[in-house]
Design a protein around this ligand. Structure first.
Ligand SMILES: [Zn+2]
Length: 191
């Protein structure tokens, strides 16, 4: 199964998944996005034939899989989400469009891009002191990449160099992923 040729040449990232959530086809913008996220070439986990489930952040996986299931059932589904570059605030609109044989066309359009205002630049000593909990773990929002302050409250900030980690799966063992209150509200308005 392939994308319609008219979907190839657009700046929106577009890919097609089959009913088993395996990537069947993607456009050039998807290729550029995957390279940007992972550095050099298309790694094995992003290419055609891979399950996209492995790429979904654990904490929003159920929510996103549910949207895909509804799209497989014939409904157009949308979700807004954040995916920042190191110094840019970016919001995307995902549209899931039902295709033939329970395939889904997944389209991701950039809707907001502006400098990441309010980000704090820190060194590793600051990170240890201000953002690590008693176990040495830093909690990062897997949606907006903000980091939770170690004060125990609900204060979250964008922190360089933590914003340089562009994909949740890249996190090292001392990063745990959660959702900040703003993203929790945005992704799970019913909770
Ligand atoms: Zn967040």
């Amino acid at each position: 199964m392939r994308l319609h040729p008219s979907l190839r040449d657009t700046n929106n990232t577009i890919f097609l998944v089959d009913k088993h959530m395996v990537l069947c086809d993607c456009n050039d913008a998807y290729m550029r996005f995957a390279c940007e996220n992972d550095g050099v070439a298309i790694p094995a986990r992003w290419g055609v034939g891979c399950s996209i489930v492995a790429c979904l952040p654990e904490i929003v996986k159920d929510r996103i899989l549910d949207l895909y299931r509804q799209a497989q059932g014939g409904r157009i589904m949308t979700m807004r989400y954040q995916c920042h570059a190191p110094h840019l605030y970016r919001e995307y609109l995902m549209r899931l469009i039902p295709g033939q044989n329970e395939t889904v066309i997944s389209e991701h359009a950039l809707v907001i891009e502006r400098p990441l205002k309010g980000a704090i630049s820190i060194d590793s000593a600051d990170l240890d002191r201000r953002f690590k909990d008693q176990h040495g773990t830093v909690t990062q929002c897997c949606n907006c990449r903000k980091v939770r302050h170690a004060t125990g409250g609900e204060e979250w900030s964008w922190v360089h160099p933590m914003t340089l980690i562009t994909h949740p799966a890249e996190g090292t063992s001392n990063i745990s992923h959660g959702l900040c209150p703003v993203c929790l509200e945005q992704l799970y308005p019913d909770v």
